[in-house]
Write a protein that binds this ligand. Structure first.
Ligand code: PSU
Ligand code: MN
Length: 303
């Protein structure tokens, strides 16, 4: 399987030496954040992981090849080119056949990173069940249900139907950890009113549960949720207003499918004078830091 995935030399040696590695996704760079903050953030996330003593592996498809570990010029291209596709799992074979350049979502990043032997992945907010009539369920959810890795995030993106997303995770056996919190974080906001399955206050506790999942042969991910740092949290009155506006604009303009999430994120940032963008960057950085701590704790337990 690893023969299908192109790894940098640095990454190949780290993985064979059982050194800690954290995967990062590329959709957030190409479609989730505006220029120039997207490239700055992509570089910053890699630096944070390295400063934590861990090797970062940004995942993407380059000319039809599944890749883990990008060069700086590749990161630049993903941030600045206009023709980077957003690839979920359903798109991997098409991109492979047609030699596309494409950014990977949470779902496709997990698919690739797991098969490359990476066990920890950091992102911002996972996809989930969208609000609205048509059931629009992100492919991130089924991939979480069938991929045994640790996924560090700040819950599901706030534009989603969070209670329905939480129910889906429960039904499909995905254990949700609150990292130093009791409530499921709500992306730009620390609270959702929804409970996590278990609270962990240290990376070692997270690793203990992950190792138990492996010992029991469970196939689902361990979803570790970390609240946005309080100084970057968006005030709930502003938040409710910008969410409603973004959702109704999307409905009016008939934005659906893979375009919906990037559209909503961009509209909310414009309408909040950048407050949601600052929160997004802050939580991405914090999640990368926590993921690096967890990856180190995992490697120090010789598994
Ligand atoms: N986290 C962020 N910003 C993002 C995403 C995550 O802070 O843009 C991306 C992830 O790649 C996730 C995708 O998989 O949004 C979800 O898209 P959809 O709802 O179309 O499945
Ligand atoms: Mn969708």
């Amino acid at each position: 399987m690893t023969a299908l995935i192109d790894l940098t030399d640095e990454l190949r040696s780290a993985l064979s030496a059982q050194a800690p590695v954290v995967a990062l996704e590329s959709t957030v760079i190409a479609h989730g954040l505006p220029r120039p903050q997207n490239l700055e953030t992509a570089r910053r996330l890699e630096t944070i992981v390295r400063e934590g003593g861990v090797l970062p592996a940004t995942v993407a498809m380059v000319a039809g090849k599944l890749r883990a570990g990008l060069s700086d010029s590749e990161l630049k291209a993903f941030a600045n080119d206009d023709d980077i596709k957003k690839l979920s799992v359903r798109d991997l074979a098409v991109g492979f056949a047609r030699q596309w350049n494409g950014a990977t979502t949470v779902a496709s990043t997990m698919w690739i990173a797991h098969r490359a032997g990476i066990r920890v992945f950091a992102t911002g907010g996972i996809g989930g069940m969208h609000r609205g009539e048509l059931p629009d369920v992100s492919a991130d959810l089924p991939e979480l249900a069938r991929t045994p890795m640790i996924v560090v995030c700040s819950g599901a993106k706030i534009v989603l139907d969070l209670p329905a997303t939480r129910e889906w995770l429960e039904t499909n056996g995905v254990t949700v950890v609150g990292f130093a919190c009791d409530e499921l974080p709500a992306f730009y906001s620390q609270s959702s009113g929804l409970q996590v399955d278990v609270r962990c206050d240290s990376p070692a506790e997270v690793v203990g549960i992950f190792k138990s999942q492996r010992a029991l042969g469970l196939q689902s991910a361990l979803l570790v949720t970390v609240p946005v740092p309080s100084e970057a949290e968006v005030d709930s009155s502003i938040l409710n207003e910008v969410i409603d506006e973004a959702l109704s604009q999307a409905a009016r303009e008939n934005i659906t499918g893979r375009e919906l999430t990037p559209f909503l994120l961009a509209r909310m940032s414009e309408r909040s004078a950048g407050a949601t963008l600052r929160a997004n960057i802050s939580l991405l950085e914090n999640n990368a830091k926590v993921a690096a701590q967890i990856a180190r704790a995992l490697c120090s337990t010789n598994c």
